[in-house]
Write a protein that binds this ligand. Structure first.
Ligand SMILES: [Fe+2]
Length: 269
């Protein structure tokens, strides 16, 4: 697929919901999240060409420890690929800001690459599973969209989706103040694409010519269209997106075979 893309296109890899522990032996529902991330990264490293950017879309840490973030920054620095991140509900934002800021891992939340503007939003509400954009974050988003050139294609990313995926237990923990978000982006036609995590499954929808995409987790998958919490046997994965300078894009989810047994009786998600 790569050969058909314009040489000037930017290839980004979205990696989401890693749920890593400071102690690499710990498991999430019987699943070792460091092992499955490493399988994902091995497949990503084999993709040709290598991604220009890695975008980590939240729930980087399951235990929210400094030790977990130190391992994460070392792990992605070793790829040599510029890596950007935003927090999920399973994250400790002050620790992330302090630790995840060593090139090629960057804490920048607004940057320009390959003709595209990237705006990364924080929807973390401490102590809550659901997400929301604070008044400060909404003001920042609007200020960015106002200041930046209106012809520049823009990708927004945040952890919590501003749409429903058809699973009531998950949908109640999405972005709470979607109307405030839509009210802003509806005024700025340069917004083309919104990438989210949180739902541990692939999903796509469009609203006002903006495409919204969610991406599988690098560990456990949630069952689509489920009334209550339920796990899916689908393999973990990541998303590739080729962003063209004219504002168009192509994207695909890649799944990675990981042989691990889920412990459905385990607690802890
Ligand atoms: Fe998650």
């Amino acid at each position: 697929m790569g050969n058909t893309h314009q040489a000037t296109s930017l290839l980004i890899a979205q990696i989401s919901d890693l749920h890593l522990f400071g102690d690499e032996r710990q498991n999430l529902l019987g699943w070792n999240t460091w092992v499955s991330l490493t399988k994902i990264m091995q497949q990503l490293e084999r993709s040709t060409p290598r991604p220009d950017i890695i975008l980590l879309t939240g729930d980087l840490s399951q235990d929210e420890t400094e030790a977990s973030y130190k391992k994460i920054v070392r792990y992605f620095a070793a790829t040599g690929i510029p890596t950007y991140w935003l927090p999920g509900n399973h994250d400790h934002v002050p620790t992330m800001k302090r630790v995840l800021d060593q090139p090629p891992v960057y804490a920048d939340k607004s940057f320009y690459k390959g003709g595209w503007q990237f705006l990364l939003l924080n929807t973390n509400v401490p102590g809550q599973v659901y997400g929301a954009l604070s008044a400060d974050n909404l003001e920042w988003l609007e200020a960015q969209l106002t200041i930046l050139p209106s012809h520049r294609p823009t990708l927004i990313s945040m952890h919590h989706p501003p749409f429903w995926v058809g699973s009531p237990w998950l949908d109640q923990s999405g972005l709470q103040n979607t109307e405030a978000f839509f009210k802003i982006i509806d005024q700025y036609s340069q917004v083309q694409l919104v990438l989210v995590g949180h739902v541990h499954q692939e999903f796509e929808c469009t609203r006002n010519d903006v495409t919204y995409l969610s991406t599988p987790s690098t560990c456990i998958q949630f069952m689509p269209h489920s009334l209550n919490f339920a796990l899916d046997n689908n393999q973990p994965g990541f998303r590739l997106a080729w962003l063209h300078p004219d504002g168009t894009f192509e994207t695909a989810v890649e799944r990675v075979g990981v042989k691990q047994m889920l412990n459905l009786a385990a607690q802890g998600y």
